[in-house]
Design a protein around this ligand. Structure first.
Ligand SMILES: C[S@@+](CC[C@H](N)C(=O)[O-])C[C@H]1O[C@@H](n2cnc3c(N)ncnc32)[C@H](O)[C@@H]1O
Length: 280
């Protein structure tokens, strides 16, 4: 028997799956999102040929099928992003935080710079950071720079690696930068090779403590517009993991409506001229 994707499930069918998703990847869906999540679960039940919502829950829960959890999560993520998103914060990074970290490192003859875009979606954020480094670091060639970009949505990472964007994604890019770092192909924009090769994309779940322990020595972490979709418990866990990934003095940049204030007393709030950040 195949499940009809228009079939309605009961609250009792959906809630255990919803809670398992929150536990696994932090994404939290309240009652207002019930219809959205029900539709996506129904699609996956059909795609996996599972007989019922209870069987599908068991398939996910037994963990034998990690790929299925990946598929389900990829169908639930919000990937909204664009180049130079929230410019005041990026200016704080480029004009204040970056010079601060770099001059401290130059004094120690340490020319390693590690930046992590955590929840990078289709790549606009880490590519923007790479452009900013090229525009602002005068002694760029001396630095050994690593830009790590991770996401839980394996589908969106394919798009990120491709680096080809619709006009909408570059709407906030100034014309000079657009000309310098992109090639127009028909109605789309291809990020140039220099910017592309500087970013390394990989799959990582911010809620996976083991994966998080393998990421370290970061000078800057951008985790913007990711934690808004999480519940408080998951937010706290992720912020603590990110704290451990940072070098002393390193910064975390969150989305402009997000704050670590309520969830962690370990970071120091830093007020830059145009925005706020948190420092380890
Ligand atoms: C709205 S986008 C934000 C993109 C970019 N940071 C920005 O601000 O423009 C949120 C991204 O977080 C990712 N995400 C959600 N939960 C995650 C998790 N547990 N681990 C890693 N990435 C996650 C989603 O797949 C999505 O691509």
């Amino acid at each position: 028997m195949l499940i009809d994707i228009d079939q309605k499930f009961t609250f009792e069918d959906i809630i255990p799956i919803r809670d398992l998703i929150a536990e696994t990847c932090g994404l939290h869906f309240d009652e207002k999102k019930y219809y959205f999540i029900e539709k996506r679960i129904a699609k996956r039940i059909k795609a996996t040929n599972t007989q019922s919502a209870k069987d599908y829950f068991r398939l996910l829960k037994l963990g034998q099928n990690h790929d299925e959890m990946k598929e389900l999560v990829a169908s639930l993520t919000t990937n909204e992003t664009y180049f130079f998103r929230y410019l005041p914060q990026l200016e704080s990074f480029a004009e204040e935080a970056l010079p601060m970290i770099c001059s401290a490192k130059r004094a120690k003859n340490d020319y390693n710079l590690n930046i992590w875009s955590a929840g990078c979606s289709s790549g606009e954020e880490p590519y923007t950071l790479n452009i900013l480094l090229r525009e602002h670091l005068k002694d760029l060639s001396k630095w050994n720079i690593r830009i790590l970009a991770t996401d839980i949505d394996y589908q969106i990472l394919k798009k990120a690696r491709e680096g080809l964007y619709e006009k909408r994604a570059v709407k906030d890019v100034n014309p000079e930068i657009l000309e310098k770092y992109f090639t127009q192909i028909g109605s789309r924009y291809q990020i140039c090779q220099e910017i592309k090769t500087g970013v390394s994309f990989s799959y990582a779940n911010l809620m996976d403590r083991r994966e998080m322990r393998s990421i370290n020595d970061m000078d800057f972490v951008f985790c913007r517009n990711v934690l808004i979709y999480f519940d408080d418990k998951a937010r706290k866990q992720v912020v603590n993991s990110i704290y451990n990934c940072l070098l002393p003095g390193g910064f975390i940049f969150l989305g402009h409506s997000e704050s670590v204030g309520k969830i962690s007393a370990t970071f120091k709030l830093v007020k830059f001229q145009k925005s706020l950040s948190y420092q380890k």
